[in-house]
Design a binder for this molecule. Structure first.
Ligand code: AHG
Ligand code: MN
Ligand code: MN
Length: 335
């Protein structure tokens, strides 16, 4: 008889094993999982209710906000605001961070950075999307949170995770003690441990990049893509190309099967597209905890110091041997 370990039980077990994992952090993780179930419900019926398509506004990124972006953003914020364990949030959907009044007098010590709905362009065509989050301890002592609270390097993350709303809905997270994956069982409404102690394969046969940008990439990136195309049975090349357009889905596949995902700088976007604070840092923490590698082509993502909430960084992330090979060619052909 296989024992089913539901997420709340797992969180408590870990809290008992590691002193730095506090009860407020456990509560915050549970708040996130509850909101993820609510967002999942809307994602799953999106085609039946008026939640597809554009919300008719643009966000700080200048991108059209999808109704589900807005719904997910508001859902998570409501959970943090009422949960009492979070002092503030930085969201992709807001230009500045939000501070929550300590109306319960709980003196919350944690803050969240979040991409409430990742892969928005895929919502209307029924392709996997996700949610990405990081949890930090606040640096400010009390009162309203400060900009410095949200501009900590990724090495300071207390926890990070993602939800992937795909063929099944999974929550994958780390608190610095490995990576564990939970699959939502809709019949009982619980995330159940399905992928204990995830370790990314050292290498793989799949590379994931937007090939449409090939001509815009620097020489070293082009050389790496050419390397992926070369025939060499000894190193399982040519690799297969898979690109979903949802960072969460492309990285989740790499985590499970092995592979590399990269969103490099281009002539049009010299810092790339993906945001350091609420996309690259959480995914880098998770992949490194699973034995993978995550850099900007040279430096560890989690060691980069954010200057702004919406800083973009180039990212190469996944199986360590593949990321190292990409870095070797990128550095070798640096102008
Ligand atoms: P978001 O929907 O939160 O803006 O993120 C979309 C990101 C990321 O999920 C994905 O990897 C990337 O955009 C795809 O960008 P391109 O369409 O430029 O390839
Ligand atoms: Mn995103
Ligand atoms: Mn998003």
């Amino acid at each position: 008889m296989i024992k089913v370990t539901a997420l709340p039980e797992f969180i408590i077990q870990r809290e008992e094993e590691h002193t730095e994992l506090t009860a407020p952090l456990s509560t915050l993780l549970r708040d996130i999982s509850l909101s993820a179930k609510i967002v999942n419900r809307e994602v799953n019926k999106a085609g039946l209710v008026d939640i597809l398509g554009s919300a008719g506004t643009t966000n700080v990124q200048g991108e059209m906000v999808q109704k589900l972006d807005k719904f997910a953003n508001e859902r998570f914020i409501a959970a943090f605001q009422t949960g009492g364990e979070c002092c503030g949030i930085a969201s992709e959907e807001y230009e500045d961070f939000l501070c929550f009044e300590d109306h319960l007098g709980m003196h919350p010590k944690y803050l969240v950075t979040m991409d409430p709905l990742d892969g928005s362009s895929n919502i209307d065509v029924n392709v996997s999307v996700g949610t990405i989050f990081s949890i930090y301890s606040r640096l400010s002592e009390s009162g309203l949170c400060t900009p410095e609270d949200f501009l900590q390097p990724g090495t300071e993350q207390v926890a990070a995770g993602y939800v992937i709303y795909g063929s099944s809905t999974m929550l994958v997270y780390t608190t610095g003690h490995g990576v564990n994956g939970f699959t939502l069982d809709p019949s009982i409404g619980e995330f159940c441990l399905s992928h204990p102690d995830i370790k990314i394969p050292k290498t793989g046969k799949i590379y994931s990049v937007n090939q449409g940008n090939y001509d815009l990439f620097e020489e070293g990136v082009k050389r790496y893509i050419d390397y992926c195309h070369e025939s060499d049975p000894e190193t399982n090349r040519p690799y297969s190309h898979r690109y979903i357009g949802s960072m969460v889905a492309d990285i989740h596949r790499s985590l499970i099967k092995g592979g590399i995902f990269f969103y490099p700088a281009t002539k049009v976007s010299p810092r790339g597209k993906l945001r350091l604070v609420y996309e690259c840092n959480p995914m880098a923490f998770i992949v490194e905890q699973a034995g993978g590698r995550a850099t900007d082509g040279k430096n560890r993502i989690v060691e980069l110091k954010p200057n702004g909430l919406h800083d973009r960084v180039p990212i190469f992330i996944g199986s360590p041997d593949m990321v190292l090979k990409a870095e070797e060619l990128v550095q070798k052909h640096k102008p």
